[in-house]
Design a binder for this molecule. Structure first.
Ligand code: FAD
Length: 475
């Protein structure tokens, strides 16, 4: 008997994770991606002698499904995970303070020494923070009531004054949820702080790519999927998905495919346009998820200006800064990541570069004397959905009303924030929904997913102008 055909639309982490799961279950898979390469929001481009990620990404040890996917892709060695959570906090004119957990203590006591010794706060504020952390452990991330409240309002109600919020909670909340506490859902904050920091002593160890994201995700995924027999079509934008007699016609850009199941793994605006009306009558509500931007300022110095691999900034425009100097590369390549970047999204690149060169020089005195080889800005206007109170009600489940058609993407209802872990989980879950429809289960022996899908491709096309809002700008 021939295995059923499944089409995965969208080649970000959700689509990649889906395709791997479907192949594992023995199905024939075609993955269709609009861009020239897989990887989705995690992509890189060349600029001079640098490979540049348009957005700096980090992960935590508790991103289990994401880390397992890296293992499957064979790229786990292109990322480094800390042996113990430690974040250097940099301020102007003050030596860095390291906020570090003590892994010898059981959770949540592993964080006590860090909080009690946290120099940017006064002793009373530190004690109040310990009490709030204990209360946060009792918040259930899946409780709908917790999603109706803002994290900021909850912190205020739990004795956190403005400096404590700005100097402690906001540091992590902005980076993890791409929103300041007053605009972040308490449920999603609880997911981050509980799963990441409070429930296990090693969960928050920070992982960082040591290679460009394209080498961590897109390229090895393409290789693995093809080696497992999947058909990977890049530069093909899907325009329509039509259910027909229990199967699906997937068409667009000269492509016409017939599939027994479809995983639609594209961002929510595109998903709302592509999903058949009967499959998701409430799709108009997805628009409520909106978009939140992230901006990165990239500076390549001729000399090293800091020994820190990464740091979070306090009382400076530098939220987080990462050393991305490639192995064997000369000088030092720093990337400043600015989350919840609404205020700077439309600031001219020249002005942003000027502001951040000055801010880096204030933090790292060696930067005042270092020559700048290159400096530029990347902007991701739709980096994540707005992870605000009430957002969960706009996130659809994987299962649609049309059997055999499932939704995936970090924006779907994973219970996780818009992260790489959420994307991978969503993809796996959507694959399971399609597998249940096809009468299969996940994880039979690998190596059974050969494809012989006949399809009519008359033309391969890349996304047209205006399709891609992500941009690189010269200084
Ligand atoms: C700047 C930035 C920084 C981030 N930092 C972090 C971080 O530090 N840690 C973290 O965990 N997460 C981070 N994220 C979020 C993370 O990147 C996303 O949650 C995740 O990559 C989303 O994956 P996805 O597969 O759901 O969606 P996407 O990656 O958006 O993939 C969707 C794919 O669908 C394709 N597509 C769209 N329409 C069509 C069509 N019609 N036909 C075919 N293909 C189509 C798109 O081209 C795209 O490749 C960051 C995101 C950005 C932008």
């Amino acid at each position: 008997m021939t295995a059923e055909q499944v089409c995965v639309v969208g080649g970000g982490l959700a689509g990649i994770a889906s395709a791997v799961r479907l192949l594992d279950a023995g199905h024939r898979v075609t993955l269709v991606e609009a861009r020239a390469a897989l990887g989705g929001a995690t992509y890189s481009f060349r600029r001079g002698d640098l490979m540049v990620d348009t957005g700096q990404h980090v992960f935590l040890r508790c991103y289990q499904q994401y880390r397992e996917l890296l293992d499957r892709l064979g790229s786990a060695d292109r990322a480094a995970v800390q042996d113990g959570f430690a974040v250097p906090i940099v301020r102007i004119g003050v030596p860095p303070h390291v906020l570090a957990s003590n892994r010898r203590l059981p959770a949540p006591a592993h964080l006590l020494p860090a909080l009690l010794r946290y120099r940017p706060l006064r002793l009373g504020q530190r004690l109040a923070a310990v009490r709030a952390a204990a209360a946060l452990r009792r918040i259930e991330p899946d409780d709908p009531a917790a999603d109706r409240v803002s994290f900021g309002a909850w912190l205020a109600a739990h004795g956190q004054d403005a400096p404590t919020v700005a100097r402690l909670w906001e540091l992590i909340c902005v980076a993890a949820l791409n929103a300041p506490p007053e605009r972040a859902s308490l449920a999603l904050a609880a997911r981050v702080f509980r799963t990441g920091l409070l429930d296990r002593a090693d969960a928050a160890d920070i992982g960082r790519p040591t290679a460009p994201l394209a080498e961590l995700h897109g390229a090895p995924a393409t290789a693995l999927l093809r080696q497992r027999g999947a058909t990977v079509r890049t530069g093909v934008r899907v325009q329509a998905i039509s259910p027909e007699g229990g199967r699906f016609q997937v068409s667009g850009d000269g492509v016409q495919l017939t599939a027994d199941g479809v995983v639609l793994a594209v961002p929510h605006p595109q998903a709302a346009r592509l999903v058949p009306a009967q499959a998701a009558p409430d799709r108009a509500r997805w628009a409520r998820l909106g978009a939140a931007p992230i901006v990165n300022v990239h500076v390549h110095y001729e000399q090293r200006v800091t020994e820190l691999e990464f740091a979070a900034g306090l009382d400076t425009p530098v939220q987080w800064v990462f050393d991305r100097t490639p192995a064997g590369g000369s000088g030092q390549y720093l990337v400043v990541s600015i989350s919840a970047a609404e205020q700077v999204l439309s600031v001219r690149a020249n002005d942003l570069v000027r502001t951040y060169l000055a801010a880096l020089a204030e933090l790292f005195p060696a930067a005042r004397r270092a020559r700048v080889r290159d400096a530029f800005v990347t902007r991701e206007p739709r980096a994540t959905f707005r992870q605000e109170p009430g957002s969960r009600t706009a996130r659809p489940p994987a299962r649609t009303r049309t059997p055999g058609l499932a939704l995936a993407g970090a924006w779907t209802d994973t219970g996780w924030p818009d992260t790489m872990e959420g994307a991978v989980r969503s993809g796996q879950h959507a694959a399971d929904v399609v597998l249940a429809h096809l009468g299969s289960t996940s994880n039979p022996p690998p190596g059974t997913g050969m494809t012989e899908w006949s399809e009519g491709i008359s033309r391969l096309s890349r996304p047209g102008p205006g399709d891609d809002e992500r941009s690189e700008e010269m200084r």
